[in-house]
Design a protein around this ligand. Structure first.
Ligand code: NDP
Length: 351
């Protein structure tokens, strides 16, 4: 069996995090709505069809040497992720302390005391005694009815500091925080976040935010590291580079690597953790086989030129909510119901 050897970065609390992890967000599918009114012909539901494939690919990933797994309450896959982890521990493939498991607290749980409710729910669904890293998924707080709860993320952060001091989690961090929000959090916290997990890929370099976080010893984790490069995400009008971009193909050829490997290596050389998602075993190995070559300065500069600020993840349905972290656009969209309403209601299980 193939093996991958993934190095670690050091967090600001002295712990280590593998520089590449396995992402478990399976996305959402458009399906016909039960509400047949003309303004609501479709709704977005969680893609459950991919779960068995993800279970297989995640098992394979642990077999070949992945030790870092990124999940979230939102993704509705914590039970399956936990089953794979516990199976691999029972089989003796890996010890719990060798794994780095991240999960995230959703918008509904931003009151200080609710952070612990959310984390205990994740522990139960994952069937684990502790979580390595728990992140505030977004800085906004939104009830399942879609009401803007306007809870200050500093209050939420106190809940994070509390679950850390209780030993439920080993590290705490944030996700989707912009520069001003990071700055304010760092100036007003007892325990600084170990990471800010944000979208970074060749189109979205986020240089200013990355520099700021790195200067303040906050590691950056890149989600959607391929942006719109991969066919599942690229639309005819999405920007270059696509997988067949001649510049990318030439650089990849020079190192005997693939375009996706060059993309992930570039992030690693910027000191950034990446968490690519794939349910394809060959890509599990491909994505982690990036630690045996080095992009030279000329190629790094060429890759940096693709940065044009294009966001793949643009949840404009949240843009009028307090603390929405990105630039607003003139469009209006309703929040998809499946991003608001948990199957069994507020504060309860998703299973
Ligand atoms: P990615 O950039 O990881 O892209 C995933 C897509 O790329 C899938 O369609 C996958 O296909 C394809 N792919 C993967 N590897 C290759 C390869 N080597 N060659 C060609 N195609 C490939 O996007 P995600 O949005 O999934 O981001 C990764 C992870 O980041 C998520 O799974 C999640 O854990 C996290 N995330 C966090 C967010 C946050 O708000 N904090 C937001 C979004 C993501 P296939 O699976 O069919 O192989």
């Amino acid at each position: 069996m193939a093996r991958v050897n993934i190095p670690t970065f050091k967090l600001n609390n002295g712990r280590e995090i593998p520089a590449l992890g396995y992402g478990t967000w399976l996305g959402m599918d458009e399906s016909e709505s039960s509400d047949k009114s003309p303004d609501k012909p479709f709704e977005f539901g969680f893609s459950t069809a991919g779960i068995p494939k993800m279970v297989e690919a995640l098992s394979y990933a642990i077999d070949v040497g992945y030790r870092h797994i990124d999940t979230a309450h939102l993704y509705r896959v914590e039970p399956e992720v936990g089953q794979v982890i516990n199976k691999k521990i029972q089989e003796g493939v890996v010890k719990r302390e060798e794994l780095f498991v991240t999960t995230k607290v959703w918008h509904h749980f931003h009151r200080e005391a609710d952070v612990e409710v959310s984390v205990r729910g994740s522990l139960r669904r994952l069937n684990l005694d502790y979580i390595d890293l728990v992140l505030m998924h977004w800085p906004m707080s939104i009830s399942q009815e879609g009401v803007d709860e306007k809870i200050d993320y500093l209050e939420t952060w106190r809940g994070f500091e509390s679950v850390l001091s209780k030993g439920l989690v080993r590290s705490i961090g944030v996700s989707n925080f912009n520069l001003e929000q990071m700055d304010r959090l760092l100036k007003n916290c007892k325990v600084p976040p170990v990471t800010n997990q944000i979208e970074i890929n060749l189109n979205l370099g986020q240089k200013e935010l990355v520099d700021f976080c790195q200067a303040n010893k906050v590691l950056i984790t890149a989600y959607s590291p391929f942006g719109t490069m991969v066919p599942s995400r690229s639309a005819p009008n999405s920007p270059e580079p696509k997988l067949n971009n001649p510049t990318m193909v030439a650089i990849a050829k020079k190192y005997g690597k693939t375009v996706t490997q060059v993309t992930l290596r570039y992030l690693y050389q910027r000191g950034i953790v990446s968490i690519p998602k794939t349910v394809t075993n060959s890509r599990v190995v491909e994505n982690a086989s990036i630690f045996d070559f080095n992009l030279d300065d000329d190629d790094v500069q060429t890759l940096a030129k693709f940065d044009n600020g294009f966001r793949t993840v643009r949840p404009i349905f949240w843009q009028d909510y307090e603390n929405y972290p990105f630039d607003k656009v003139p469009e209006k969209l309703e929040i998809p119901e499946s991003l608001r309403i948990w199957k069994n209601g507020f504060n309860s299980d998703i299973d």
